[in-house]
Design a protein around this ligand. Structure first.
Ligand code: HEC
Ligand code: HEC
Length: 257
């Protein structure tokens, strides 16, 4: 029954929708080296826990050739490899675990359109052990959680886009000692590496809904500054391509926190 369902989602996936989801989720950024081919890996993701190199996720033998949709859904939902090895949460599966089956199907359909590229990516350079990863998984990871649905009521759609897909809080929320975002300080910003991220709450930002919506459309802040870096990518490949209703839902949710 389960495999039948997966086959059905596979044929229902729309790569165009998947492309927008991938842009919003920032997949390409972490999985593409400066000057390298899209999704062929090698980008260094610096964290307080070490430097992680985004793997090659193109359908090449040095990438994820041979993966089934079920393998992909398992990686995104459970944070484990086809061989059941736990992934480091630098891969933001604590967010993606909350994505719907339907959207994972669209993402997978899009990933089928990526050109295979041969590229061996170097090993991670981390300062944590797999034991610590196990502790983190027990304390900081809830497989398949649906917080956007349960806790947020009328803001469910915006919460889904912000928390399950775009993981705005992974950057804009401070973390505790073992790297778990502090829920009571959601969206309050921080000064930690790799990049300080400003607070984006209503109180601290002081932007109206329409100012915030227009920032997510073109990257211009109300004071005339243009945003660059990671945030610039998220806007260009992600929030700028959302429907107007989705962009507004995202903003209304964040400003409701
Ligand atoms: C913040 C950086 C980051 C983002 C954003 C990100 N990833 Fe990753 N991803 C990683 C890292 C780092 C790993 C390796 C984790 C490990 O080795 O434990 C990884 C692992 C993976 C793997 C497993 C590859 C393998 O060979 O086992 C897949 C598949 C994957 N990511 C797909 C995606 C998709 C699809 C998206 C967007 C929805 C995405 N990633 C977004 C950093 C990222
Ligand atoms: C990969 C990390 C990352 C993610 C994910 C991320 N941001 Fe950002 N964001 C940043 C950084 C870093 C800056 C500061 C950029 C700068 O100053 O050039 C920023 C800037 C901003 C600003 C401007 C704040 C100001 O005071 O000018 C807003 C608003 C914002 N982000 C909202 C969001 C929203 C909404 C999401 C989710 C859709 C999101 N961000 C996802 C890293 C991130």
């Amino acid at each position: 029954m389960l495999s039948l369902l997966l086959v059905l989602t596979a044929s229902a996936g729309d790569p165009k929708i998947g492309e927008v989801l991938a842009g919003l989720a920032g997949c390409e950024g972490c999985h593409t080296e400066e000057g390298g081919k899209p999704f062929a890996g090698g980008y260094p993701v610096e964290t307080p826990f070490g430097t992680f190199y985004g793997p090659n996720i193109t359908p090449d033998a040095t990438g994820i050739k041979g993966w089934t949709e079920a393998d992909f859904v398992k990686a995104m939902r459970q944070g484990v490899s086809p061989e059941n090895k736990s992934y480091w949460p630098t891969f933001p599966y604590p967010a993606y675990t909350q994505m719907t089956d339907e959207d994972l199907g669209h993402l997978w359909a899009y990933m089928q359109t990526i050109e295979p590229v041969a590229n061996e990516v170097r090993a991670h350079d981390m300062r944590k052990t797999r034991f610590e990863l196990g502790v983190w998984r027990r304390l900081g990871f809830t497989e398949g959680g649906r917080s956007w649905e349960i806790e947020t009521g009328e803001h469910a759609r915006g919460a889904y886009l912000a928390n399950a897909v775009a993981h705005c809080g992974e950057c804009h929320t401070p973390r505790n000692m073992i790297g778990i975002p502090k829920s009571d300080l959601q969206f309050k910003g921080h000064e930690d590496p790799p990049e300080p991220s400003p607070p984006i709450t209503k109180q601290e930002l002081g932007w109206s809904v329409s100012e915030f919506v227009s920032f997510l459309e073109d990257g211009w802040a109300p004071d005339g500054d243009v945003v660059g870096g990671q945030m610039g990518h998220i806007i260009r490949d992600g929030t700028a391509k959302l429907s107007a209703e989705d962009r507004r839902a995202l903003v209304e949710y964040i400003l409701s926190r």
